[in-house]
Write a protein that binds this ligand. Structure first.
Ligand code: ADP
Ligand code: MG
Ligand code: MG
Length: 347
């Protein structure tokens, strides 16, 4: 029997477009003998639109058509909840309202199996401050940082700039606590840039983190599984831009990925262990991409985990698994299996 697979994509998020590319790639790779695909598109305004079940190989046009017209009549979420449910959901959303546990909470309430991380891991992984606090708890090395909320900035910006300069040195990285894909992140080389960077980041979030900027290689590992996760080989990203910003991630073809990354065996083992511990401390399930900085003298610092990493066939996560022996369509199957497994364990 074919599984009815609800593919949820789009989303009320700054990473909407990224999600569309992922949905396009996943639909093209799915074996339609195994799955009946039910496209569920969330507009930028947050409306849920249900498409007709997909019956042939899906083209880019189909996805775009669905995106534009939402197919026939718009179904708002209330309608979605009343309609017949898929057997399992594959959420292909990034950023707020998708990767952050909110949509996962909805699937929990509906009691539908869904792929990937649960509510807790998703929301903890989306908040860079909470994530770092948990990493510290697990004894994982990371860069120094400070954090504050918008109100504190409005009350005394100078004091916060002082605090940053006392604890950290330039360059610093300023980030909204709750985004991904480098949206709202900037590097500051002096106090003036720091102030501008904070003001920019505050447009995206009420919580800001300022990190010590470091010179390091960026190396990533993919984790797959539930209670007994496996860790992939390592991959390195070499952005041509000054840092791995939004453009470098999604528009610029010149960012180089090298898989497996050239690292020594002890460093690889150390990173694997850190990736595993990061997965555990956030209570992850399904998948995670763990991102590290590796300094010149081979010190490994964890940067972040992404609970719904980029998932097109040319994204790091699928490529890491491909190099580790798991092809893209098989990886999707595996994630869906893991969704059922996790659901069964909860009952
Ligand atoms: P996102 O969740 O948006 O991917 P990251 O924390 O990974 O945010 O930051 C995006 C990119 O910015 C990183 O891939 C890296 O290139 C650069 N970067 C972030 N933090 C630092 C830092 N502390 N030092 C040096 N580079 C950094
Ligand atoms: Mg991220
Ligand atoms: Mg990142």
């Amino acid at each position: 029997m074919k599984k009815r697979l609800g593919l949820v994509y789009g989303g009320k998020s700054a990473e909407h477009e990224v999600s569309l590319s992922t949905a396009r790639a996943v639909t093209q790779a799915l074996d339609l003998n195994k799955y009946e695909v039910l496209p569920i598109y969330i507009t930028l305004q947050g409306e849920w639109l249900k498409g007709q079940p997909l019956e042939g190989p899906v083209t880019e046009i189909d996805i775009l058509r669905l995106k534009k017209e939402g197919v026939s009549q718009p179904d708002h979420i209330e309608e979605f909840l009343k309609g017949d449910m898929p057997d399992v959901i594959l959420p292909l959303l990034h950023g707020t309202n998708g990767e952050d546990g909110t949509v996962q909470g909805l699937f929990e309430v509906l009691n539908i199996p869904y792929a990937g991380n649960g509510v807790l891991a998703s929301s903890a992984g989306m908040d860079k401050v909470v994530m770092k606090q948990l990493f510290a708890q697990a004894g994982l090395a990371q860069v120094e940082y400070i954090h504050f909320i918008r109100n504190a900035w409005q009350e005394d910006a100078a004091a916060l700039l002082d605090q940053a300069e006392q604890k950290l040195s330039y360059p610093m990285f300023v980030k909204p606590a709750n985004l991904g894909s480098s949206v709202g992140i900037s590097k500051a080389d002096d106090r003036n840039e720091l102030q501008l960077a904070i003001e920019l980041a505050l447009r995206f979030d009420r919580k800001i983190i300022i990190e010590q900027g470091i010179q390091a290689r960026e190396i990533e590992m993919a984790v797959l599984g539930n209670d007994h996760p496996e860790v992939s080989v390592a991959g390195e990203i070499r952005p041509v831009a000054e840092f791995y910003d939004y453009e470098a991630k999604y528009q610029d073809q010149s960012t180089e990925l090298s898989i497996p990354a050239e690292i020594s065996d002890p460093t690889a083992r150390h990173m694997k262990d850190m990736a595993f511990r990061a997965f555990k401390v956030l209570d992850c399930s399904g998948l995670v991409r763990a991102d590290f900085f590796v300094t010149q003298d081979d010190e490994v610092l964890i940067n972040e985990v992404n609970t719904l990493p980029g998932f097109t066939p040319t994204s790091m996560f699928p490529l890491l698994w491909q190099k580790s022996g798991l092809a893209y369509p098989d990886l999707i199957d595996r994630l869906i299996e893991l969704a059922f497994e996790r659901h069964a364990e909860k009952q």
